[in-house]
Design a protein around this ligand. Structure first.
Ligand code: PLP
Length: 374
């Protein structure tokens, strides 16, 4: 049997172990420490904009803190992209707030600015001005972020940018995660770089970062004893894991290149088939975290998926939109059918930065065979 080809496995660069060893040698195993600071600085440098980054235990924790910093409270409404992974939306419910789902547009597969404005206007008209917007750059493709920033500013609503899948993606050469009031990153095991588990919050000013770090370390007041005047969380990244992050930052550009190469390879090799790849709009660059395509029907999608599985090739349908999730069935949504169509017709194929050319060729051969090309 052929060796398993995974969708997006971790890919270490080589120096991660060195930074972990430093943490061990200095006994800096406790949270915080030099690796955390160096990892944060490396991210800030990469992002090229003035920003302040807090390394956290997960991307989900980063979204939770961003919502808190944006002032979201119980019973508030938060406008969320529906086409995403549940982690984008779950933290809204941790605060007792209500997600309202906004469908996508077909050019980027991300939040539709037209529907967003419709929702903002309607909610304001009934006296329920949304307290935050969460936009996502799904699969690494930037959302129409300039239009969404303009709407957030026009209506004075804090904007949170979920760039968990989009580290290194840009619009007009500006990095995703730096457009909103807050940006979030994830370093979970399947992301473009990983710390095995981890995330980061990107802030526009130092005061916000300080507040985030305060909340992430149990909200401890300045005092010789342990004193608390508000509820905190245990969300900081550990110094050991930040060591992995430091090593991964050194290879990030190579990882982006490898993922983009995968996409270009697949697109070219499959250009004569019925598979449809998402092109980046002018001035948009996707890190191509996962290569995805659309097929003509749900039945064909399932045939391809099951055939790949038989051949030991991992693939995955596109994210199931949140407004179709049983857990969110009572939430309000603004729909246009785009995300549902993407969910029915889309598939992600192996896209890791460690994918070899013989593995890529095997994926293409199997796809072509199933599509009836050979
Ligand atoms: C991975 C991911 C997250 C959550 O990050 P974790 O680090 O796994 O908590 C959030 N949003 C999106 C779109 C993601 O893909």
């Amino acid at each position: 049997m052929n060796k398993q080809i995974w969708l997006s496995p971790p890919h270490m660069g080589g120096t991660e172990q060195k930074y972990i060893n430093e943490a061990f040698d200095s006994n800096w195993i406790a949270p915080l420490g030099p690796n955390v600071t160096a990892f944060e600085t490396a991210i800030e440098t990469f992002l090229e904009q003035e920003c302040y980054v807090a390394a956290l235990s997960s991307g989900t924790a980063a979204i939770h803190l961003a919502l808190l910093l944006a002032g979201v409270k119980q019973n508030d409404e938060v406008l969320c992209q529906t086409f995403t992974f549940a982690a984008t939306v779950n933290p809204v419910t941790y605060l007792g707030a209500h997600p309202i789902f906004i469908d996508s547009e077909p050019q980027t597969w991300n939040m539709c600015p037209v529907l967003l404005e419709k929702a903002i206007k309607e909610r304001i008209a009934i006296g329920k001005k949304p307290k935050a917007i969460i936009v996502v750059h799904l699969y690494g493709m930037p959302a129409k972020i300039l239009e969404i920033v303009a709407l957030a500013q026009k209506y004075k609503i804090p904007l949170i940018e979920d760039a968990a899948e989009a580290l290194g993606s840009t619009v007009n050469n500006q990095q995703c995660g730096t457009f909103g009031d807050f940006g979030i990153l994830s370093f979970n095991g399947n992301k473009i770089i990983t710390t095995s588990g981890g995330g980061a919050l990107i802030c526009k000013d130092k005061a916000s970062k300080d507040k985030a770090v305060f909340l992430a370390t149990q909200a401890r007041d300045q005092a010789p004893h342990y004193q608390h005047t508000q509820i905190g969380f245990n969300y900081r990244m550990s110094n050991v894991l930040a060591g992995i992050g430091r090593g991964q930052m050194e290879v990030l550009r190579a990882r982006i290149k490898a993922r983009r190469d995968n996409f270009n390879f697949y697109k070219k090799a499959l250009q004569d088939t019925s598979l449809e790849f998402l092109e980046a709009p002018f001035q948009f660059t996707s890190n191509r975290w996962l290569t995805c395509f659309l097929v003509p029907s749900y039945q064909i999608r399932e045939k391809i998926r099951l055939y790949l599985q038989q051949q030991n090739i991992e693939s995955r349908p596109l994210w199931k939109p949140m407004h179709l999730q049983p857990v969110f069935k009572n939430c309000i949504s603004y729909e246009n059918g785009t995300s549902e169509r993407l969910f029915n017709l889309g598939l992600c194929i192996p896209s890791g930065s460690s994918l070899t050319s013989s593995e890529r060729n095997r994926v293409v051969e199997v796809l072509k065979k199933r599509l009836g090309f050979k």
